[in-house]
Design a protein. Sequence first.
Length: 368
Amino acid sequence: MAEFNAMDTAAFKGVWVFCEQREGQVQAISYQLLSEGRKLANDLGVELCGVVMGSEVNEDYLKALGGYGADRVYYIDSPLLKDYTTDGYAKVLCDLIMEKKPEIMLIGATNLGRDLGPRCAARLHTGLTADCTHLDVDVAKYKDFLRTTSTIDVDNTKFEENTNLKMTRPAFGGHLMATIICPRFRPSMATVRPGVMKKAAYDEAKAKAVKVTKYDVKLDAADLQTEVVEVVKAAKKLVDLVGADYIVSVGRGISKDVEGGIKLAHELADVLGGVVGGSRVAIDSGWLTADHQVGQTGKTVHPKVYVALGISGSIQHKAGMSESECIIAVNKNDTAPIFEIADYGICGDLFKVTPMLIEAFKAAKASK
């Protein structure tokens, strides 16, 4: 193996995605990252590679990664990689990176990814930006992003022309957005929140064309400091905001009758066949648990219909739901920012309007 020098930036080429699998099943975040990685690879004119570790992973799952953009898939098969361990996965991924030298490494900001990413970055002596919500390598595209998401006077601001990965993430508790670059070290590493990046349409032809390369690494039991004896699954029911087609979210507007407001939200969500979400205020106030939070510091969602009840529409909240196919907003304040992105806006008391919405949707369903 050639000597690895993270500062020799010219030696690095390609975009890689760590494709997380559990019990042989590739996780949805992997498809989202490959879809985004494809855009970055196209802008750079380089190959997009997926990296899968595990034991006896079905080859059809590996080929499917090509359907979401991968040109090549590196598959590392070992009984020691069947279940995730920090030592095993970090060693294998770092060994592969040191040999192949990708320019960009993307990892899902899952519990697993948040453990693996920093370990690898430290071993490789490079930087990592955690919990990213936007990525760019093209300066022109980055400027377009800033025009719609910031107050920066883009046209009168000087930007250095380069292809460094521009990693945008929430900062200061979600009150600001920061863009971070790693110009002196490679690979540029980022963890990305599940649900932030849109999954591209599956391409069967690309799935058939993808190159699956089995990669042999030196890994034995002595390399592992921990041993997975048993995997016990906790039966805790969490709301699936990312996968929901219909979401009814509540905010500060339910404060005069929290219990009643949440009850109305659940009733409306049940009629629509959806789930209940909330703004940061609703979660911080203890009205809903953290798994219900929509926004920069919560989940990013793309439902068919998003109903915002009593949510003013802060920048942080809009960043997490603005790409919903249809947004319905109910707020007493006719200048609330949520109306700027709403397809349908109702200025009124949510406690009066929501029962009317429930009855209207019931009637519409009954008429079909």
